[in-house]
Design a protein around this ligand. Structure first.
Ligand code: FNR
Length: 359
């Protein structure tokens, strides 16, 4: 396993093709899925020379959470589809690497159990954030927030790009509509008194609006990030509504197809928030050079989605740990080659569009 793409190849050789399609796939024609990766390829790095340092500092603090590098695990559902230990294995790998894992609300292990696994591997400082789909039943949503808080999650990542579920036509063709028998979204178990053993379905809410964010702001003191804001006007609104950070994401191309690549939107979104809150980005990050391009253009950190699923499928906890170490090596190497001693040295002048061929 020498590159992120090696994990995908190895995972595909192991996995039921229906599950591999679920991971790889996106909405409709998957135009945005491809655009995310292509966007990184359309930029070039312009390094500085003779600005050497013996070591590079990769660590950073994001909304009060310490991270050994600016690469997070974006929330991905259903880890038990690809590994029997599921999210517990992923959490151990993230904690051992000192990396923040954003636990999906649709995890197949309960967030409390994931947190126990993280702390066993990474000690009390293991960092977990919790991804939330606000449920139309606010009482249920509040219980979910309490569960995540009690488990020690240090931020909430509210996904706002899913008023309805994206139409993944690969899943439709494959007849993949639900988790296989025995697997459940464990965070939704026993949410109300007297519901012993009952597991609710996650509901996508087409009525979601800023009022829900204001409500959430009132019931929790955890930092709130919005995941999936794409329009600069919404980024400004997020600041006005007291949101603490943005995760600029198009859900890996799994929601509205034909939206721009996240990297393409990054300059507009960072300009809109004007440094008032941090902007993180996910979608198509596969190389250390991708991380550097995003940070140079103003991202505070990046997230990875599919690579984590591929690595978990390939080698369980060890696979995910290897993946994270590989990306850390690539990031460190890219910083050195760019003449950067730390993340603050990554400035927009290091990035330019690929040559159009016109002089
Ligand atoms: C996701 N993503 C996602 N996002 C979210 O907010 N809640 C979720 O439960 C999931 N589940 C999920 C499952 C799988 C299999 C994938 C591939 C993705 C989206 C994810 O957080 C992230 O935005 C993208 O995956 C980032 O793009 P890359 O790194 O996959 O290109």
């Amino acid at each position: 396993m020498l590159t992120v793409h090696d994990f995908e190849t190895a995972a595909r050789a192991k996995l039921d093709p229906v599950f591999a399609d679920f991971i790889a796939g996106g909405a409709r024609d998957e135009i945005t899925v491809r655009a995310n990766e292509t966007a990184f390829g359309a930029l070039r790095l312009l390094p500085r020379a003779l600005r050497g340092s013996a070591a590079r500092e990769l660590g950073t603090t994001l909304l009060g959470s310490r991270a050994s590098m600016p690469i997070l695990l974006s929330p991905t559902a259903f880890h038990k589809l690809v590994d029997p230990e599921g999210e517990s294995a992923t959490a151990r790998a993230a904690a051992a690497t000192g990396t923040i894992m954003i636990v999906s609300m649709a995890s197949t292990v309960a967030v409390g159990e994931i947190a126990d696994a993280a702390r066993a591997a990474g000690g009390p400082t293991a960092q977990l954030w919790f991804q939330l789909y606000i449920q139309p039943d606010l009482e249920i949503t509040e219980t979910l927030v309490r569960r995540a808080t009690d488990a020690g999650c240090t931020a909430l990542v509210v996904t706002v790009d899913s008023p309805v579920l994206g139409a993944n036509e690969r899943n439709r063709r494959n007849g993949f509509h639900d988790l296989p028998a025995g697997l459940r979204c464990e965070n939704l178990r026993d949410l109300r008194d007297g519901e012993s053993g009952h597991v609710r379905q996650i509901v996508m809410s087409p009525e979601l609006n800023w009022g829900h964010i204001d409500w959430l702001r009132e019931i929790t003191s955890l930092p709130i990030l919005l995941k999936g804001v794409l329009h600069p006007e919404d980024a400004r609104l997020a600041v006005r509504h007291g949101v603490d950070g943005l995760l600029l994401s198009n859900h890996g191309g799994r929601q509205l197809d034909t939206v721009p690549a996240t990297l393409e939107l990054l300059p507009e979104i960072t300009a809109a928030v004007a440094g008032r809150i941090p902007v993180l980005l996910d979608g198509g990050v596969r190389r250390g050079t991708d991380v550097v391009k995003a940070l140079a253009l103003g991202a505070a950190a990046v997230g990875i989605g599919r690579p984590v699923m591929w690595a978990l499928a390939e080698g369980g906890e060890k696979g995910v740990r290897r993946l994270l170490e590989l990306l850390r090596e690539e990031l460190d190497d890219t910083l050195a080659l760019c003449g950067a001693s730390g993340l603050n040295d990554l400035t927009p002048d290091l990035v330019r569009p690929a040559w159009s061929g016109r002089l």
